[in-house]
Design a protein around this ligand. Sequence first.
Ligand code: WT7
Length: 663
Amino acid sequence: MVEAQSIVVPPRPEIAAGARIGSMAEYERLYRLSLDDPETFWARQGERLTWFHPWDVVFDHDYANTDFGWYLGGRLNACYNCVDRHLAARGNQDAIIWAKDEPGEYERISYRRLKHEVSRVANVLRAHGVRRGDRVCVYMPMIPELAYTMLACARIGAVHSIIFGGFSSEAIRDRIIDAGARLVVTANEGLRGGRRLRLKETVDRAVDGLDQVRTVLVARRTEAEVPMRPGRDHWLDAECRTQRSTCTYEWMGAEDPLFILYTSGSTGKPKGVLHTTGGYLVYAAMTHELVFDHRPGDVHFCAADVGWITGHSYIIYGPLANGATTVMFESLPTYPDPGRYWQAVDDLGVTTFYTAPTALRAVARAGDAPVRAHSRRSLRVLGTVGEPINPDTWRWYHDVVGEARCAVVDTWWQTETGGVLITPLPGVTPLKPGSATLPFFGVQPVLVDDEGTVLEGRGVSGNLCLSRTWPGQARTVWGDHERFRETYFTRFPGLYFTGDGCRRDEDGYYWITGRVDDVINVAGHRLGTAEIESALVAHEAVAEAAVVGFPHEIKGQGIFAFVILTMEAEQADPRQLQGALIEQVRRVIGPVASPDAVLISPGLPKTRSGKIMRRVLRQIAAGEYDDLGNLSTLAEPAVVEGLIAAHREMAATLAPDPPPEVS
Ligand code: WT7
C-alpha cells in the first residue's frame, strides 16, 4: 500500500510531456528510473493531462485481489482533455481528417468544430436519459460521428462499448446484454471499398425483442432509407439539430470506467475488458507521443478500425489528448488499388503511419510500383501492430515504403494493456526486423517456463508475463472480476500472463512468437477457437468440431475447422455442407470469424482421457504430415491416417484464395 499523499511532483523536465529521448543511454537511464522510482516517474506523466482535482496516490496495486488503481483521488474528464483544452491554442487546427471511402475525398474537422459536434451528441445522449455510469453500445462505420459518440460518452461519464462492424447481430446482442446497454448508436449504412454495409439492419436483428434497448440512434452515412421503429429509432442528425453546441462535462474519478471493449480468449464468450479514465488516458497520450515521436504539426494516420483497441488508443484518445491531427480512414488498403494508403499519405502530408502486417502483406503483393507512384516524402515513422511481422514484410516496409529513412516501430501490446508495452523508440532504438525490441518505460517483462520458473538472463524463451502494473492496464472484466483474476493472474501467481510466447535474445531484445493458448490471430484480429467451435456445434449437422490456426500467406493465420458430422448428416453433399457451416459461423460471430477451410473429418485425434491433441491438428492443417511427433498417447492412432488422407484430398481441390479484405 502506498500512503495517501498530496500531489508533489519533483521537477524532472526530461520526463515531462514534449521532452525528447535522444539516445539509448537516455532511454536506459529513464527506463531504470521508471522501475526504481515509479512514483516520481508516473506522477510526472500524470501531468500530461489537465486535472480538475489532483490525485492523492499515484498508484496502488493489490495482487491478492487483482486490484490496480492509478492517480487515485484525481478528477478529470477524458473528453475535456481530448477536445476543450486544445481550443485556446489550436481551435482552428484539424483534429480529425476523415478520409472517405472514395479516394481523394476528405473532410476536415477542426478542434473547435469537434467541440461543437461532440457537445451536440452529448446533449442528445442526455436527452435520451443517458447518465454517468450508463453503458452505450456503438456499432458504426468509420465516420466522424463515431468519434463524436465516443467523446460524447466520455463527456457525460457514460461508458462506451464499441463493436467492430465485422461482428454479426448475434454477437452484438450478446454484448448489449452483457454490458446492460439501453441505448445503441449505429448508422443507416456504411461504405467500404465501394460496397454498402447494412449496419442498421444488423442492429435491428440484434435488438429485436430485446426490451432492454429503449433507443437506437442512427447516423446518416448514405441516402438510403431504412426502417425506423417509432419511439425507439431516431436519426442522429435530426436530434443534433435540436441541441445546443455546448455541453457541460462530468468530473470523473480517475478510476471511473471510460470504456468496455470485448475481446476473445481461450474459453467461453468474449470478455468485456474494462479501461478506466485517468491511467488509460495518461498511457495512451504518453505512448502516442513517444512511440511515434509525435511533434506539433504532425498528421497521424492509424489505419486500424476504431472498433479495435488500436483505434481507441491511437486514432482517438492518444492523438487527441496530445492535440494532434488524426486521420480516420473509411476505406480498404486495396481500394480502388493497392496504392491507396500512399495516396492518402501524399494528399494529407502524413508523418506517422500505423497499420497491421496483414495489410502490408496485402498491398506488398502488388509489388513496388503502387508505392513508388506516390512520393511519401512526409513520412517519418512507420508502425506495425497486431501480429508478428515476418522479416520480409518488415524489410519491404522499411526499404520500399520508408526508403530506409523512416524508423519502423513494431509495437507489441493487447486490448488488455491499453497501450503499447514493447516497442522501439524511433530514431533511438537500434532495430531488428521481426523484433518488438525493448520494453517501454515502467514495463517489466518476465519470461517463465510452463512450470512457472522465471527464466533469467538472455537467450531464453517462455511465456510472456508482466510483473509491474502500468497506468493503461485493464482493471477488470465487466461484471465478472473473478474471470479477470482467473484469466490473467492464476496461471503464474503474482504475474499478469499475456497468453503470448516470447524469446529474449542475446541483446535482451524481445521476439513475440505468437499465442500459446487457444486464441488465434487472423489478419491481426483476435479470435477464440472455442468460440468458433461452439458456433459450429450449434449447427444440426455437426457432432463435434475442433478449430486451429494454420499459416496463411496474407492473414498470418487462417481458421481451419475440423468437423465430425452427426449420423443423419453424413449423407449430405459435403460442398454444400461446408458452405452452410461457414455461413453458420458468420451468422453467430460474424464475417471476421469466417473459417478459411472446413474439413469434414472421420475422427479427431484424442488421448485416452479424451483430450483433443491440437498440436496434431495444427500440423495436419498446415500440411506438415511428415513429422507428427510422439503419437503414443493417442487412443486411436488410425484416426490420424484418415485425417491426413482427407486433408490431402481437400488440399488438392482447394481453389487459390481470393485476396482477403483486411482492415
Ligand atoms: C495479441 C493482442 C494491440 C492491438 C491489436 C491487437 C498479438 C499484437 C503484436 C506484435 C506480435 C502481436 C499478440 C497479442 N500482437 N501486437 N507487434 N507482434 N504479436 O490487440 O486483439 O488484443 O490482440 O495480438 O498475440 O497477445 P488484441
